[in-house]
Ligand binder design. Structure first.
Ligand code: GLV
Ligand code: MN
Ligand code: MN
Length: 403
């Protein structure tokens, strides 16, 4: 078993890893993504599972009849944020294959179909919207909306898909597929430091509501050396002020607000910018707090913009409402695992998207670094193996009895 998990882990480890940062650059439809997908297909076929690529580019590996209904599905994603860590996503996929191996070694007899899934473009690193594969499947992102998405180089999502050999005309809601799933369980590395020292595995209770908003600060390009201070319409000032004010307001609200991405035009050292585009990621324990916080940040940005002669435009690029995971399924997992911690998370997941259509649960594996979306993300091998055993226990409970 150890060999199985560690062997798979070692195979994936170099894929898409930057030599300079040590972080991963596995973005939707790029070559590293293709390598990860090839790896998934190979794992499926090596185990004699039925391999399937769905209309939205998600990969499935089936034990049993995919059409039978009541399937127990597990899995996660293989893509990464820019310079992400090794565990966010791949831990869930590798653990799923390892858990299936463990169940076979136990001689488990399956009463229901079991599937392992790799959802495409979970992080939204390339096209700005997270969980594109699961959102399309659940019908919460329409094909028309997806066709409008572009990456930083202006490449449209359907063109990127087509270049990677996939058919973009097929994308769209896949409710029949979701209707054949009886339960979805995603194992994921824990992304803060919320599991105590003696608890390698936990069960998720909820996902905080969260979203992405793009602020466009429109100013006027001009010469850095000749434009008098009073003549400037500098959007960088409005942006900088907005970042500070977002941080302050989030702190007061007990919420989170992060500007982690920025684009500047024309982006010259000796030119006042004409446009600063800043992306806000904001999250809170409840939707009222989140909505009020973003409205306050927008107000602060506009007020400051008036002083700076800068026009501020706000676009909501994605939004995920609060997710309360299925109560009976959550309790069932906690019971099978014998009183493990049950905790909420501020991180988004495909499980959060599926939860609106399918009874869904999550398992978390301890992350002693408390760091994620960074090469410093970590989980000890012993904890990963505890995660595999926990996932196998849960899948056995769910898939090896008639209900
Ligand atoms: C995904 O990992 C997110 O929480 O943004
Ligand atoms: Mn992530
Ligand atoms: Mn993830």
């Amino acid at each position: 078993m150890t060999d199985t998990f560690e062997g798979m882990w070692a195979e994936l480890l170099p894929v898409g890893r930057s030599a300079s940062s040590g972080g991963y650059r596995r973005f939707a439809w790029n070559s590293a993504d293709a390598e990860c997908r090839a790896w998934f297909e190979e794992q499926a076929r090596a185990r004699g599972l039925t391999y399937e690529l769905d209309r939205n580019g998600n990969q499935w590996a089936w034990l049993g009849d995919p059409q039978a209904g009541g399937a127990v599905v597990t899995g996660s994603h293989l893509d990464s944020v820019p310079d992400g860590g090794a565990f966010d996503g791949p831990l869930g996929v590798v653990s799923s294959f390892a858990a299936l191996d463990e169940l076979r070694a136990r001689g488990a007899e399956f009463a229901k179909p079991l599937a392992i899934v790799n959802f495409g473009d979970e992080e939204g690193a390339r096209f700005g919207v997270a969980c594109i594969g699961s959102r399309l499947t659940a019908g919460v992102l329409s094909p028309e909306q997806a066709y409008e998405l572009r990456d930083a180089d202006g490449v449209r999502l359907p063109d990127a898909m087509e270049r990677a050999g996939y058919d973009p005309t097929a994308i769209g809601a896949d409710t029949d597929r979701l209707g054949r799933i009886g339960a979805f369980v995603e194992l994921h590395v824990e992304q803060g430091r919320y599991l105590a020292e003696d608890r390698p595995v936990g069960v998720a209770s909820a996902i905080w509501p969260h979203g992405r908003w793009r602020f466009d600060f429109h100013g006027e390009a001009n010469h850095a050396g000749t434009t008098r201070i009073e003549d400037r319409r500098d959007p960088m000032l409005t942006f900088a002020n907005t970042v500070l004010s977002a941080r302050k307001k989030a702190g007061l609200a007990g919420a989170l607000a992060t500007f982690g991405k920025v684009a500047v035009e024309p982006n010259g050292t000796n030119a006042i910018a004409s446009l600063v585009r800043g992306w806000l990621d904001s999250r809170a324990a409840d939707e009222a707090t989140l909505t009020a916080l973003v409205a306050e940040i927008e107000r602060a940005a506009s007020e400051r913009g008036e002083r700076d002669g800068v026009r501020v435009e706000l676009t909501r690029e994605s939004y995920t409402p609060v997710v309360d995971f299925d109560g009976p399924l959550r309790d069932r997992l906690a019971k099978v695992l014998g009183g493990v911690p049950v905790l909420p998370t501020g991180a988004g997941h495909d499980a959060g998207i599926l939860a609106s259509a399918v009874p869904t649960a999550m398992l978390f594996v301890r992350n002693p670094s408390g760091v994620s979306h960074s090469p410093a993300e970590h989980a000890e091998v012993a904890d990963c193996l505890a995660g595999v055993t926990a996932l196998a226990d849960v899948l056995e409970d769910l898939a090896c009895q008639p209900s």
